[in-house]
Design a protein around this ligand. Structure first.
Ligand SMILES: Cc1cc2nc3c(=O)[nH]c(=O)nc-3n(C[C@H](O)[C@H](O)[C@H](O)COP(=O)(O)O)c2cc1C
Length: 463
């Protein structure tokens, strides 16, 4: 019997109080204010692992949202992704409490040095036993640029050019510096690593110069599973080159289907396997035992949502101060250096005319309305998105935490399992193997990063 396509799930979170559904931290049952404790992260990871989630996906932002009203005040008042702690540091904390679940962690490369960042990710890959992924972002905030000594951020497409070069350096360090049989750990010969099998990478480029051996010995996956989340034309080219998983927001099925096809085609043109890229759609879900229960929950949550928080987030996301706008004014496309794809989705790429009121009306303090329904209805809807758009799964954002994740695990997961479209148990292996199959711990041969790998006499040579 042919196995049905398996839905992938990530719990979508961020090391902060207000993530996507703004204002919900004020809900009496919400525990997001405990984000700065170890228990918070371990409980989250354990709940997601109980639900056999593929991963915890952590967003991040460098800089504050200060475009709305020209001030960070609305963001601070509503905890709109500020305060925000470092996402990489909670990964080992969660890994310690779990065995299988993966971690897709966002890091903005613009303000990282390749040499040190490569080591941090290798360290995480070691500590998690090969369960780490990296969501490659380049940032979209001028406030971050100012914080880091620049007057403004680089122009939108230029950021991707820099990112391409950053990735080249990463591949050289992760794949090309240490041969797979460089580490012998031979006590008798007093030989830890063979110097002839550890190579100095020499990169002299437009933006980076690195002349070094990678500091970490090869980790289980070498290159972490690569996620990407930019959706403009240039962003899709970047995804087609590098991404193994793409995170996207689709305003509707048609838009999402096109985005998925587009990236797969671009990847195929570059000689990659188009199915070597998996797509995760961001969704918030409010589920109940019955539709009525879910709707009541939604109405109750709605009372705590913050419209101002949502506007502060959206203003900085697209780089326009919406405090100057009437809520019923049709949204117009304009070029900004922030998240181009987001504005395009609501203007140029939409057959519908959007206003701020329409965008935020049902969104629980966010720009996308949650999926609300009984467990059966939620399962139907998720299944239909997978079948009709080609996405592989979902990044499920928290609404009231941990309640909404617990509800999902308790009510929806068993139905998906019953339908044969969701795993009952984890496969063994690294995150890449769990996503793409046994024996695929490393980047596949058709991925550009693999071309930097130096074959040793050992494992790699057999692949
Ligand atoms: C679904 C989605 C999630 C994103 N998550 C993050 C994030 O966590 N941190 C970040 O700095 N940028 C994030 N971005 C921004 C992108 O990495 C990129 O900088 C931005 O979308 C502009 O590029 P684009 O116009 O190609 O989409 C996200 C973008 C999308 C579409």
């Amino acid at each position: 019997m042919e196995m049905k396509k398996q839905i992938r799930l990530n719990a979508f979170d961020m090391n902060c109080v207000g993530h996507i559904q703004h204002g919900l931290w004020t809900h009496p049952r919400d525990r997001s204010t405990a984000y700065n404790t170890i228990e918070y992260w371990q409980n989250l990871a354990k709940t997601a692992e109980r639900g056999k989630f593929d991963g915890i996906f952590l967003a991040d932002i460098v800089g504050v949202y200060d475009v709305y009203k020209g001030s960070p005040a609305p963001s601070l008042e509503n905890a709109v992704q500020v305060p925000v702690n470092d996402p990489l540091l909670v990964v080992p904390v969660m890994a310690a409490a779990t065995k299988h679940i993966g971690f897709g962690v966002t890091a903005n490369l613009t303000y990282e040095t390749p040499y040190l960042f490569a080591r941090r990710m290798s360290t995480l890959d070691h500590l998690t036993g090969g369960r780490v992924g990296w969501n490659i972002v380049t940032g979209y905030l001028d406030s971050a640029a100012r914080a880091m000594g620049f007057t403004a951020q680089r122009e939108h497409d230029d950021r991707y050019d820099v990112a391409d070069e950053f990735m080249e350096v990463m591949y050289k360090l992760w794949e090309g510096s240490w041969e797979s049989d460089a580490v012998v750990r031979d006590r008798e010969r007093r030989l830890y690593a063979r110097p002839d099998k550890v190579h100095r990478i020499q990169h002299a480029g437009r933006h980076y110069n690195v002349d070094a051996i990678h500091l970490s010995e090869p980790s289980p996956q070498r290159t972490p599973v690569l996620y990407q989340a930019g959706a403009s034309a240039r962003g899709k080219d970047f995804a087609a080159s590098h991404a193994e998983c793409v995170f996207l927001y689709g305003p509707n099925k048609e838009h999402t289907r096109k985005a998925v096809e587009d990236v797969r085609q671009r990847a195929a043109k570059l000689g990659r396997n188009p199915n070597g890229v998996q797509f995760f759609l961001g969704r918030a879900i409010v589920v109940g035992r019955t539709r009525k229960e879910a709707e009541e929950k939604y109405e109750e949550y709605y009372r705590y949502a913050s419209a101002e928080g949502a506007l502060a987030h959206f203003s900085s996301t697209v780089g326009i101060d919406f405090s100057q706008y009437d809520l019923d004014e049709p949204l117009q496309y304009q070029k900004t250096d922030a998240m181009a794809s987001m504005l395009e989705a609501f203007t140029r790429d939409s057959s519908q005319v959007w206003t701020l009121r329409k965008i935020f009306d049902k969104g629980l303090g966010a720009r996308n309305p949650p999926l609300v329904g009984s467990a059966e209805e939620v399962a139907d809807e998720l299944q239909s998105w997978v079948e009709e758009t080609g996405v592989d799964g979902f990044n499920i954002s928290r609404v009231v935490t941990p309640e909404t994740l617990e509800d999902f695990v308790e009510l929806v997961v068993p139905i998906l399992q019953e339908r044969g479209i969701y795993k009952r148990d984890y496969a063994e292996g690294t995150l890449r193997e769990k996503l793409f199959g046994q024996g695929q711990a490393l980047l596949p041969a058709t991925h550009p990063g693999a071309s930097y790998r130096r074959l040793g006499q050992g494992l790699d040579a057999a692949e």
